[in-house]
Write a protein that binds this ligand. Sequence first.
Ligand SMILES: NC(=O)C1=CN([C@@H]2O[C@H](COP(=O)(O)OP(=O)(O)OC[C@H]3O[C@@H](n4cnc5c(N)ncnc54)[C@H](OP(=O)(O)O)[C@@H]3O)[C@@H](O)[C@H]2O)C=CC1
Ligand SMILES: O=C(O)[C@@H]1CCC=N1
Length: 273
Amino acid sequence: MEHCIGFIGGGNMGRAIMSCLLKAELYQPHQVMVYDAYTPVMEKLEESLHIKSTMDVTKLVKEAEIIVLAVKPQVLPDVLAELKDKIDKNKLIISIAAGISIAQLEEMISPEHHIVRVMSNTPALVGAAMTGVCLNKNVDEKEKKAVLSIFKALGRAELITENLMDAVVGISGSSPAYVYMFINALADGAVLEGMSKNQAYIFAAQAVLGSAKMVLESGYHPGELIDMVCSPGGTTIQAVQVLEHNAFRSTVIEAVRAAATKNHDLGDQAENK
Ligand SMILES: NC(=O)C1=CN([C@@H]2O[C@H](COP(=O)(O)OP(=O)(O)OC[C@H]3O[C@@H](n4cnc5c(N)ncnc54)[C@H](OP(=O)(O)O)[C@@H]3O)[C@@H](O)[C@H]2O)C=CC1
Ligand SMILES: O=C(O)[C@@H]1CCC=N1
C-alpha cells in the first residue's frame, strides 16, 4: 500500500495496531503517522517503530488517507468536534473506540464520510487479536478489503452487524482481562501445590492456548472437548464439580453481559456530552 495511515492516539491499542501493520509489511514506517496528546508517547513510538509523528493533528488528517481514531471514547467527541471540518470526505475513518456507534460517529463527523467501527483487543500486540468490524453505507468494496487486511494483520477479523458490537466487547474486547485472571488463578492453584510461580504461568498459559487451539481447529464443540478430558471417576470431574458449585459459568456469562452493558452506556454518555 502506498498511502499513509494516521493514528490519533498512540496508547495501548494504537501502538499494537501500528506495530502489527509494520510487522506484516502492510505499511512501511514512513507511511505511518501518529498524533498523541502526550508528547513522550510519540517520541517513544518514533524511536521504537521509526514512524512519523506530528504535533499538528490537522497535518495528520490532511496527509493520511486512512485515519484511525484510537483515543478513549470519553475524549472522542471533543477530538472530532475540532477535526470534523478538516477531514476530506474521501478519507476512510476507522474508530476503535468502545461504545461509540456508527450513527454517533456520523453525527460527530458527517453522514457523507466513509466510516468504520471496529472492536479489537490487546492480543494484537502479539498478532493474535480478535476484531469485529462494521462499516457505514459509504464504505466501498475496495475500502472494505483494505480494512479487513489491516485488521487481519493483527490476528483474526470478521465483519459483524453493529447490533453485535456490545457482545463483541464482552466476548473478545474485554475478555483478555478475564482470561489473565483465570491464568493467574490457575497458576496460584499450582503454587499451592508447590510449583514456582514462573513455571506455573507457563503451564497455565500453554494449557489455555492449547485449549483455545482445540476449539478453533479440532471441529469439536466445547461440550465434547470437556467430556474428552473428564475421565469417569477421574481428576477433572472433581474440579468441574467445584467450578459448577461456585457458579463459574454463570459468573462468566454475567461478566460478559456487564461489559456489554457498559459498552452500551459509554455510547449514551457520549450522546449526553
Ligand atoms: N485497551 C484495550 O484493551 C482496548 C481498547 N479499545 C479502545 O481503544 C481506544 C484506545 O484505548 P487504549 O489504547 O487502551 O487507550 P490509551 O489511553 O492507552 O491510549 C490513548 C492515547 O490517546 C491519548 N490522547 C488523549 N487525548 C487525546 C487527544 N485529544 N488527541 C490525541 N491523543 C489523545 C492518550 O494520552 P493520555 O494518556 O495523556 O490521555 C493516550 O496516549 C479506546 O477508545 C478504547 O475503548 C478497544 C479494544 C480494546
Ligand atoms: O475497558 C475498556 O473500556 C476497553 C474496551 C475493550 C477493552 N478495553
